[in-house]
Design a binder for this molecule. Sequence first.
Ligand SMILES: [Zn+2]
Length: 426
Amino acid sequence: MRVAGRYAITMGPRGVVADPIIEIEGNRIKSIDSQPGSQADFWVDGIILPGLISTHTHLHGLVAYGHPVPPPAGFWPFLKEWWWPLVEDVLTAEDVESLAAYAALLHVKSGYTCFCDVMEAPYAEAGFMMREAAAIDATGARAFVSNEATERAGPEIAQKLLEENAALLDLSGRVQGLMSVHTTFSCSGDFIRKAKETARDKDALFQLHLSEGTYHVQDTQERFGKRPVPYLDDLGVLDEMTIASQSVHLTEDEIETLAAREVNVSHNPISNMEIGTGAAPVAQMLERGVNVTLGDDGFVRAFDPFINMSTTFLLHALTTGGGHVGTQDVLAFLTTNAARALRLEAGSIEEGNLADLVLLEDSSPAPLGPENAIYHTVLGAASGDVRAVIVDGQVVIYRGVAQLVDEEQLKHRSMDTIHRLWKGSA
Ligand SMILES: [Zn+2]
């Protein structure tokens, strides 16, 4: 298959390539050359991007969008009075499957070729995560799936959740597993360590929420006499295979530790703004060499990478006075940095990499050139400009239409789930 366009933002050593022609063989990029007027199977009057990657989502966030019971203000009330009882604790295996399928498709339609899902459904029937993995696989998306293990529902359920997650670590291919635990206020040190050891045994990634709100920091200090990063470091769970999502409240020393341990950070700005937990110190993390990536945290508007990218840029322009987190940085969060975090041969358009591409039509009246292609992508483009999405060498979206699944069917199935759950919480 050959794909061509006006420009390709490779995010690799070749920078922005004009008149690109990309040859795909199987699920890999065979070559990329610059050749005006080439014949191609797919051509876009605009930009070809490497597939965009969200390193942290909760696909079941689909239930929460527009929920008839408004979430209370504050981090702890948000979790304890709303997100846990009205969303996560009512999910069945059938709900997980239907929500994951449609939310996965929404990700792919808007330009995410890969995402890491953190599903928390402590009362769902056994086997719910394998059902989720199969539902995502059918959409054509690349994904890392995990069951967010937690001890908040008691030791028996905690053990069941760990086992459910461990089974995912044997998956290979386009949909793989990673190990997730919630965080330090819902999981004991022993539990977190045990989960990390299971991940290490299987050479798998490990994910947890870190210092999302000030509550998290206070709780860890009160109970363990340390801030969250030194506490987790002492548990031995911080390394290059760990993804710390959120990471909002960090001291300089904590940022140094994350850099030294090569921990990957998944920054989730839209969710942080919604809950009011603060702006993560992304500029400082970049200065120290932390591998920063971007997630959407299950906030439905952020299922759209273009909204997520522009919001990220604007947030840090506002909080730092501008110039510290650039458009190139933001695009790297969803491409090269994310691929590094997930150990994927992806994130840049280079020979031998996975053939995950987004074809973006140029709808702007402003001239498009190699000098402004990245700026245009991060601040000017929208998911409505996505003309085609290729994952693993397969066209999964073309002209906005899902090629492998029936979108209407997935949507209606998820609507049935959402309506039933909302009735239960009214
Ligand atoms: Zn999260």
